[in-house]
Design a protein around this ligand. Sequence first.
Ligand SMILES: Cc1cc2nc3c(=O)[nH]c(=O)nc-3n(C[C@H](O)[C@H](O)[C@H](O)COP(=O)(O)OP(=O)(O)OC[C@H]3O[C@@H](n4cnc5c(N)ncnc54)[C@H](O)[C@@H]3O)c2cc1C
Ligand code: SF4
Length: 505
Amino acid sequence: MSAGAYRSGRDHRGDLTLDCDVVIVGSGAGGATVATELALSGLRVVVLEEGPNVPGELLGQMRPSESLRHVWRDGAITAALGIGDTPTINVTMGRCVGGSSVLTGGVCFRIPDPVLASWTSDLGLADFTPRTMERYFAHVEKAIHVEEVPVQLRSQSTQRFVEGAARMGFEVKPMRRNTEGCEGCGRCNFGCPHMAKLSVDRSYLPRAVAAGADVWSHARVAKVIMDGRRAVGVRGRLLNGEGGAPGSKLTVRASKVVLAGGAWFTPNLLKRSGVGHPRWVGTGLTLHPGFRVLARFDRPVEGWKGALQSAYVDAFEHEGITLTGLFIPTGMLGATMPGVGVEHAQNAAKIGHLAMFGGILHDEGGGTVHRWFGHDPVVTYRMAPRDRARIPRIVNLMAETFFAAGAREVFLPVLGLRGVDADGLKRVPWEKIHGRQIECTSQHPLGSARMGSSEHNSVTDAWGRVWNTEGLWIADGSILPTSLGVNPQLSIMSVATRVAWRLRG
Ligand SMILES: Cc1cc2nc3c(=O)[nH]c(=O)nc-3n(C[C@H](O)[C@H](O)[C@H](O)COP(=O)(O)OP(=O)(O)OC[C@H]3O[C@@H](n4cnc5c(N)ncnc54)[C@H](O)[C@@H]3O)c2cc1C
Ligand code: SF4
């Protein structure tokens, strides 16, 4: 078997036509996993990735602002438009070889047992039991080296929260992450300077290439080529025009097509290709809406020292709430502080004394991916009343925990609201705060082309095969049929492994 190669559509001159066994659209968590499993089984694999190929060594040296420009989609300003009393949600994604996997904090969770139970009992996905999923989880965990974050790598930011939680009476558990040799420098989201984070560009794709796969960067797919009901390839453009604009024609013919562009783009590709039922394609998108609370302490915190994400709380899982430790680079943190001019400078000067924690909602699928003019979709999101009602709860929970640890004031994710002390927290007029005033982010789009038990309730079958088509599969976050309540990369990769093993027969 001869090795494949990393190739750049930007450097290619003229139109490009390729033939292979399997073409995979997208090189992120799902795409890289499928590509590797299939290349290792001897199939001729071509991976097409819209974004650039930025080697880990280079990414680890970039400033956060450079990382945002080069590997984050739209410089991290993509948003799901909130409908009604829903916040507009800033949804961040990767756009590079390795996809969003390159940007993670390394956090790894298996699909929680209660979620699997709901898939088997409510959705008819009978094969998704903890026992049957065990081998996929274990296989991926080995490939990406999942390990527990040692307590000594915790930042003081997380440690303060742990102290508050102990006083409040709930447990903070150690996180598991895909790292090896982590030095706790806290900048995982912008590239690991120590090459310790084993995202798929480091753990999976090199094995795929060694086994013969070709990985094309700057190669954007616009459509699946259908011959009747059979997918026979894809077409699009190489981004080799002026300034990286779409240029030469790209055509890849294959006996199998796997879509892994992520939950934002895969349904859009299906719509552009006229595949799938409109009732299901692009609907039911979940986001894990996320909220951050900052807390100021008298003692220095210097929260940037320590593993980016080292601990989490599942004690409120029954309320659909998961809390996780995190920190953001100091420059960005300064920019998020409230106030203008002198007041802002004074607040920004406090960042050495700030701790931070985040929380996500285990949401119902209120998002829709709409086909729009041009390449990108427009995405809307209507938060379910149950989820909207949980926002004050998740924010107060984090704020109260920090006060229990001795914080002087907290900064809530409410636009225009100054820092509040413990009494002020009780007076925050949540009932008058409109969704648009709430700062909400998401890193976990899922479920917009979900799998299910029949063509009448889903886009694919339980193995990621698109209903009523032949040769067309999906293997990314879009097929997960519900949100998980926990960070999804390991779940996506495990489900993608399952798709790959089925596909190779
Ligand atoms: C900042 C950040 C931090 C995160 N932290 C964590 C974490 O700690 N733990 C965790 O579990 N999860 C984390 N996540 C989420 C996790 O990274 C994603 O859930 C996961 O990578 C999604 O996998 P995917 O295969 O669905 O899509 P992606 O990994 O996003 O890959 C999709 C790829 O397809 C490409 N693509 C899209 N359309 C086309 C097209 N038409 N042609 C060619 N290429 C295309 C995209 O450019 C992209 O590279 C984080 C995400 C972000 C953004
Ligand atoms: S905290 Fe660890 S994994 Fe994250 S960037 Fe630093 S060394 Fe890398």
